[in-house]
Ligand binder design. Structure first.
Ligand SMILES: Nc1ncnc2c1ncn2[C@@H]1O[C@H](COP(=O)(O)OP(=O)(O)OP(=O)(O)O)[C@@H](O)[C@H]1O
Length: 371
């Protein structure tokens, strides 16, 4: 892909677009939408703000952009405090969910529009707009209007337009939500490639854990205005810190229980239905309430050998998912999800109503923190 070639900002600075939020709070009247969030996003990285509706993702993004005032705290970009700067002076650009393209302008003029607003001469802005359409591989569509484009193509034009200011940080609010699932996967790969090619920071808001895991160098999981966990996709998936993160990221069972005893670096935990599970953990007080997590793809059918946890239950549901089969086992006090390799499942298939035992290594059991 080409270079946007726009040099209204200093090009000597490298790397570009490190974002930092320091104890940032956002209040709307009585709603505290963002609660003292502190976050560092390295320059040139792809960051996804992930969380359920209303958790404060968009408010955080808009405060970074300068479209929303910060109630408390500071926003820094490349170590410069931009908290009180207007959006146009932060080196950021924002791409909206609806793309907000002008229906009466063709692609070229849509991209050139903000250059016109900034007084760039006609020939120059057409050249730059064409450059940017090249970056998103839309040169052939320059003369078409938005209504003559597919959703994915409109999205690319909106991207080109967001890049006209040569931003250090591109802020994307649910950029894929208007696309059908097939196109979403394709366009998401294009976004990732574009980010790597431009070597600027992308901050992308999504409520899809799949999208965040596919794209992000850094996944920031938000819940109720706070960051519950921030790390690489693999870290967050393999080592969820809290029950919320384990449930939201998917692919985990979260089991509640009470510590019976704790010695030799492991604790015995009693579940409400009489189950007894072991977890590698030290220093837990007897009687304390804890949450455990186990990945659904680490559970097998059967008694287990050696150092295993075992739960028994009745098969409540079976879902064929292609490479895997998801079995829901209704145990005494909890439901357990098992993601079984499809060949393994069909070697001895179960039916709803069957009794089955499920087991997993003690070492695969994680102690979660309660916030
Ligand atoms: N302009 C506003 N005035 C009052 N309350 C607001 C305003 N904008 C957002 N809120 C509230 O702040 C909280 C966080 O909203 P925000 O849009 O940041 O969440 P979100 O995680 O992006 O949600 P979604 O995924 O639904 O967009 C919500 O409770 C919301 O109702």
């Amino acid at each position: 892909m080409g270079d946007p070639g726009l040099s209204n900002r200093s090009e000597a600075r490298s790397p570009r677009g490190a974002v930092e939020a320091v104890a940032v709070t956002k209040r709307y009247d009585r709603t505290e939408a963002v609660k003292a969030v502190t976050l560092k996003i390295p320059s040139g990285s792809y960051c996804c703000l992930l969380g359920p509706s209303g958790c404060g993702k968009t408010s955080t993004l808009r405060m970074i952009a300068g479209h929303e005032a910060v109630s408390e705290g500071d926003i820094l970009i490349d170590d410069q405090n931009v908290t009180d700067l207007p959006p146009a002076r932060r080196g950021t650009a924002m791409m909206f969910q609806s793309y907000a393209l002008f229906p009466h302008l063709d692609c070229l003029d849509n991209v050139a529009f903000s250059l016109r607003m900034r007084g760039v001469a006609r020939a120059e802005r057409r050249r730059k707009a064409l450059d940017l359409l090249g970056v998103v591989q839309m040169t052939d569509y320059a003369a078409r209007r938005p209504s003559q484009l597919s959703g994915g193509q409109q999205q690319r034009v909106a991207l080109a337009r967001a890049l006209t200011t040569n931003p250090d940080v591109l802020l994307l609010d649910e950029p894929l939500s208007a696309l059908d699932p097939f196109l979403r996967t394709r366009v998401r790969a294009e976004l990732k490639r574009l980010q790597a090619d431009l070597a600027i920071t992308f901050v992308h808001v999504t409520h899809s854990q799949e999208e965040a895991m596919a794209l992000a160098d850094q996944v920031v999981v938000m819940n109720d205005g706070r960051i519950e966990q921030s790390g690489s996709a693999r870290e967050v998936f393999n080592s969820p810190r809290t029950p919320f993160v384990a449930r939201f990221i998917g692919g985990h069972n979260v089991l509640a229980g009470r510590v019976e005893s704790c010695s030799g670096g492991r604790a015995a935990v009693a579940g409400a239905g009489g189950s007894r599970l072991l977890v590698p953990a030290g220093g837990l007080a007897g009687g304390s309430e804890v949450f455990l997590a186990v990945r659904s793809d680490r559970i097998r059918l059967g008694e287990g050998e050696g150092d295993s946890n075992v739960l028994e239950g009745r098969v409540a549901a079976i879902e064929y998912q292609g490479a895997r089969v998801r079995v829901t086992l209704a145990c005494a006090a909890e439901e357990l999800l098992l993601d079984l390799d499809e060949a393994v499942f069909f070697a001895g298939p179960l039916a709803p109503g069957d009794w089955a035992k499920a087991c997993w290594p003690v070492a695969e059991t994680r102690l979660l923190q309660s916030l």
